[in-house]
Design a protein around this ligand. Structure first.
Ligand code: HEM
Length: 465
């Protein structure tokens, strides 16, 4: 009896061994691949200190020089692979996007709401994207031009004669335009309450997720609840009418399968988060670059004044229209060049969903992968004299995958047309009606979290005489 038991056991163990060998055989190709070159630094801390104690570009540039365009490192407790070639960035964001999911810190996910578009993949993401994109196509936003025009004029008038922090003021402008795109004309009724709650909420975005009374995180979560309450009220008011709304809220409420109030709320907070500081930072850089490049500013003024002359000749009022927006090719190149030089989103994060073979290396499951947009935009192989601000370089299209200020692939920015539109309208009124002087030191850059001119670019704005 005992011997039969041992034969069974031996056979069982042998079969297990065989299975193990077979599994190994099939995964052998990938597991035998080397990790990308690079260093991981200290246990847990990794190379976080080296990255954050200096200008991050210095860290990236020295790594690329030493290890090439794909290298490994260890940041904020996570092993990462950083990628700085256009082709490899395309693989991560587009061609092999199914192998790399978006990833964010847990505290940010709780604040924005876990059902927001950024964190999704698959069917729910596709459905959300369709609804969000529908609200931001050129056809949907063209009717917003007169309203954006009035917000831009009001913003500029409020700056006259004052010493202002450009970035802080631009945040008010881009917040108001974001609300306009989300709630249409309804926004005016809720603007102040939404602003109050959102400004408390955002203070907790990068806080430690400790939900105890008195902590930043706790205050933010409270403000988030209040924000969700206001949104629920707006949604309920809309459900009570048969009016059709072409804004983002209208699109999110009108999907065939329908979204829950919570899903709508998470995505509205998400869009405000995505729309405001990004566009405000780029506008701040535009003022700086135009201020430092008088010949470019002069060319922009000529282009914008021509639009006013055209409108006067036709006896049209001076409120901008969609047709006018199409007459600003040079101003558009100024925006493109600012997006390139400033590269306010220096990189993005993805996470390998399984062990991935990537350009001859192994990227293990769970490792973060970071396409470095800034390095791609600042490589002399892609842009001659990359540190020079020269909008005329965009008279010729850049090489494929070398210019991605709005990302690429299934998570690329759905708000890019609105961002460009609100910048064009703002530049039109700024350059045709005002002049500005930059105050204080002008060479520093601060990171908070986007790169910004030092102290948010203090300026004084004057009426053009
Ligand atoms: C100049 C201003 C802006 C820049 C530079 C910018 C840049 C980007 C980039 C690079 C991404 C992709 C991130 C990734 O792949 O991980 C993105 C995503 C996104 N952006 Fe923008 N953005 C801007 C303005 C806006 C505006 C005005 C809106 C909305 C009105 C918006 C809404 C979004 C949303 C919802 C996503 C997530 C898309 C998804 O996950 O499918 N952005 N943006």
């Amino acid at each position: 009896m005992e011997s039969i038991f041992f034969v069974f056991l031996a056979t069982f163990l042998f079969l297990l061994y065989l299975l193990h060998c077979l599994l190994n055989y099939f995964s052998i190709g990938i597991n035998k691949l080397p990790l990308p070159p690079g260093t991981l630094g200290w246990p847990y801390i990794g190379e976080t200190f080296q990255l954050y104690s200096q200008n991050p570009n210095v860290f990236f540039a020295s790594k690329v020089k030493r290890f090439g365009s794909i290298f490994k490192t260890h940041i904020l407790g996570c092993p990462c692979v950083m990628i700085s070639s256009p082709e490899a960035a395309k693989l991560v964001l587009v061609t092999k996007a199914h192998l790399f999911k978006p990833t964010f810190p847990a505290s940010k996910m709780r604040m924005l709401g876990k059902q927001a578009i950024f964190f999704q993949q698959g069917d729910y993401h596709t459905k959300l994207r369709k609804l969000v994109l529908r609200a931001f196509t050129p056809e949907s936003i063209r009717n917003m031009v007169p309203n954006i025009d009035s917000v831009a004029l009001g913003t500029l008038a409020s700056w006259e004669g004052r010493l202002i922090n450009t970035y802080q003021e631009m945040k008010t402008y881009t917040f108001n335009v974001a609300l306009l795109s989300i709630f249409g004309k309804d926004e005016i009724f809720y603007r102040e309450d939404l602003k109050r709650c959102y400004y408390i909420l955002e203070k907790g975005y990068n806080s430690m997720p400790i939900n105890l009374p008195g902590t930043l995180f706790h205050k933010s979560m409270k403000a988030r609840k209040e924000l969700a309450h206001i949104l629920a009220k707006i949604i309920s008011n809309r459900r009570g009418t048969s009016q059709i709304h072409n804004d983002l809220l209208g699109s999110l409420m009108g999907g065939k399968e329908g979204l829950s109030d919570e899903q709508i709320g998470d995505n509205i907070i998400g869009v405000i988060f995505a729309a405001r500081d990004t566009t405000a930072s780029v506008l701040t850089w535009i003022l700086k670059f135009l201020g430092e490049n008088p010949s470019v500013l002069e060319a922009v003024i000529i282009e914008q004044e021509e639009i006013i002359r055209g409108k006067e000749k036709c006896g049209e009022g001076l409120v901008l229209s969609w047709v006018d927006i199409k007459k600003m090719p040079l101003t558009k190149r100024v925006i493109q060049e600012t997006l390139r030089v400033a590269s306010i989103l220096s990189f993005t994060f993805r996470e390998a969903v399984k062990d991935v073979e990537f350009e001859g290396y192994l990227i293990p499951k769970g490792w973060k992968v970071m396409p470095l947009f800034r390095n791609i935009h600042h490589s002399p192989e892609n842009f001659a004299e990359p540190e020079k601000f020269d909008p005329s370089r965009f008279e010729v299209s850049p090489k494929p995958n070398t210019f991605m200020p709005f990302g690429s692939g299934s998570h690329a920015c759905p708000g890019n047309e609105l961002a460009k539109l609100e910048m064009l309208v703002f530049i039109h009124h700024l350059t045709t009606k005002y002049r500005w002087s930059m105050m204080g030191p002008q060479n520093g850059i601060q990171y908070g979290p986007f790169p910004l001119p030092q102290n948010g670019l203090p300026i004084k704005l004057f009426n053009r005489t």
